[in-house]
Design a binder for this molecule. Structure first.
Ligand SMILES: O=P(O)(O)OC[C@H]1O[C@](O)(CO)[C@@H](O)[C@@H]1O
Length: 521
């Protein structure tokens, strides 16, 4: 199996370090634009359904050349090809990583090793989409409740909201993820069992939050007079047997080679298909597939996910930036930052390499990803982005054509996006003291012509491959998530103590808090 050479061991790493010391640290993007009339063209990139302007970033042609050399030395291309070929690059779980197969056309020329999987993908997709159309035509179902968490919630939730313009009227979508009963109770309050379809979405069908919510939903359904579990519950899972034991016969399966945070393209995407229909869902897949092909075949110099992933390495490991903001200038993309947060931070928030050896001090991995739609962020935290002491690269996502006809709004929105990126870069140094802006603050600007299933699909695949690229250079396994386990185990231990008051063996802080929160308090 092709694993990468950790990037700090590759020859180009030392050259990048030297380049950072001589030019990188002091780099001023304003001067770079003066020196290079072709900078915008050089640092912008057309990719399927997405245009990206990288020219306001703290990078020059020499640095990008070295980063590309680094990628080649580390074996990025072989690692990418190993993923597409179905090799077990998720080595700690001994699994292939084949979410790209979920969006490959039925007649795609995939390797022999995964041809059988591609047939299964399309058989399941066809069945799921047929079911989606049946439910869409059933006007007695007015409410769809997706019960799932993490990747079984964030993707469908984000995409249903993003593509609301493409949804047929007549159905409301609810997403319940938190074990906090306020969330489920708040949704159930307005529902009638005969008009509700529950989707229990869980790759493993063991996740504590989802199981607690699913049990409560079933109890509510029965107590409210519902008698047709088969007609009102469906499961989206790799664990069909557990769903059966729960009493659900309508199941749409997927496979262990689909990571939770990469699963919206699988049966987990059923809420999306219910909202935008079979054709809309296929358009989403087609957009992602177009980006997959770009990632798989474009030369690294013109490969947008690769260029972004390399910039991420440059920022994280040389500039030592610890965070990145994302500002979608489209309110339908409200949940995009939360979705990307799981994608990037669960994938690349690692401190050991793929062999389990600790990464050396200074080789930082995933930054903190966060964000809110513009223009709201401008009136909240942008102050810190413009004048704070830390430099935080920001990513703008703007859509040329609005999906509404309210006069004057869209130009105002786009003008704000452009102005903020401009202000971050150019700054203002002549006003004195509190009114000065240092400028030279980096940003990337993404443009879609329109927010469509294709452009959303392409953008999400772009991000997946960008995360793949930085993870591959760091030599980590981007496809496991052991870091979520310890808290789950400890919660199981603590739960009964809340009732019993038993603090034996607990640290003093946890014991003190348990006394306050427990029913014995
Ligand atoms: O779909 P499942 O198995 O319920 O898991 C939900 C989420 O929980 C995690 O395993 C983290 O605990 C995520 O990776 C996953 O998306």
């Amino acid at each position: 199996m092709a694993m990468t050479l950790r990037c700090d061991r590759a020859p180009a790493w030392a050259q990048l370090q030297a380049a950072f010391e001589t030019a990188g640290r002091q780099f001023d993007v304003r001067h770079a634009f003066v020196d290079d009339a072709g900078r915008f063209e050089r640092f912008s990139q057309e990719a399927p359904h997405v245009f990206a302007d990288l020219s306001k970033n703290l990078i020059d042609a020499r640095t990008e050349e070295l980063l590309l050399a680094l990628a080649r030395e580390c074996g990025l291309e072989a690692h990418r090809d190993a993923m597409f070929a179905g090799e077990h690059i998720n080595n700690t779980e001994d699994r292939a990583v084949l979410h790209t197969l979920l969006r490959a056309p039925a007649d795609a020329a995939v390797g022999k090793k995964v041809a059988g999987e591609l047939r299964d993908v399309h058989a399941t997709l066809d069945a799921m989409l047929a079911y989606a159309e049946k439910v869409r035509a059933d006007h007695t179902i007015t409410d769809v409740v997706n019960i799932g968490i993490g990747g079984s919630d964030l993707g469908p939730q984000m995409a249903v909201l993003a593509l609301a313009e493409f949804a047929a009227p007549g159905k409301r979508f609810h997403f319940v993820s938190n074990v906090d009963g306020h969330e489920l109770a708040g949704v159930l309050r307005d529902l009638a069992p005969e008009h509700t379809l529950f989707l229990i979405a869980s790759k493993t069908f063991t996740t504590a939050e989802t199981m607690a919510n699913a049990l409560s939903a079933r109890r509510w359904y029965e107590q409210s007079g519902g008698t047709d579990i088969a007609g009102h519950f469906a499961a989206l899972t790799t664990n069909v047997e557990a769903a059966r034991q729960f009493g659900i016969d309508t199941t749409f399966g997927f496979w262990d080679w689909v990571g939770g945070r990469y699963s919206l393209w699988s049966a987990i995407g059923l809420p999306i298909a219910l909202a935008i229909g079979a054709e809309g869902f296929r358009r989403l897949l087609a957009g992602a597939h177009a980006m997959d092909e770009h990632f798989r075949t474009a030369p690294l110099e013109q490969n947008l996910p690769v260029r972004l992933g390399l910039l991420d390495v440059w920022y994280r490991n040389f500039h030592k930036f610890t965070s990145r903001g994302i500002a979608p200038y489209h309110s339908a993309l409200k949940r995009l930052p939360a979705y990307l947060q799981q994608l990037e931070m669960e994938s690349n928030g690692k401190q050991v390499d793929a062999s389990g050896a600790p990464l050396p001090a200074g080789l930082g991995t995933s930054p903190v990803l966060w964000g809110e739609p513009g223009t709201n962020g401008q009136h909240a935290y942008f102050q810190m982005l413009h004048q704070g002491t830390d430099v935080i690269p920001l990513e703008f996502v703007a859509v040329r054509d609005a999906a509404h006809d309210l006069d004057g709004h869209h130009p105002k929105l786009l003008a704000n996006a452009l102005a903020q990126a401009q202000a971050l870069m150019v700054g203002k140094l002549d006003a004195g003291g509190h009114k000065n802006f240092p400028g030279n603050r980096p940003s990337t600007f993404f443009v879609f012509e329109k927010l469509t299933p294709e452009s959303l699909g392409a953008f999400l695949a772009l991000y997946e491959h960008r995360v793949f690229t930085s993870g591959a250079l760091w030599g980590i396994n981007s496809f496991d998530q052991w870091g979520v386990e310890l808290g789950k185990v400890l919660a199981k231990d603590i739960e009964p103590r809340l009732a019993s008051g038993d603090i034996m063996g607990l640290d003093a802080s946890t014991a003190g808090l348990l006394k306050r929160l427990g029913t014995q308090a």
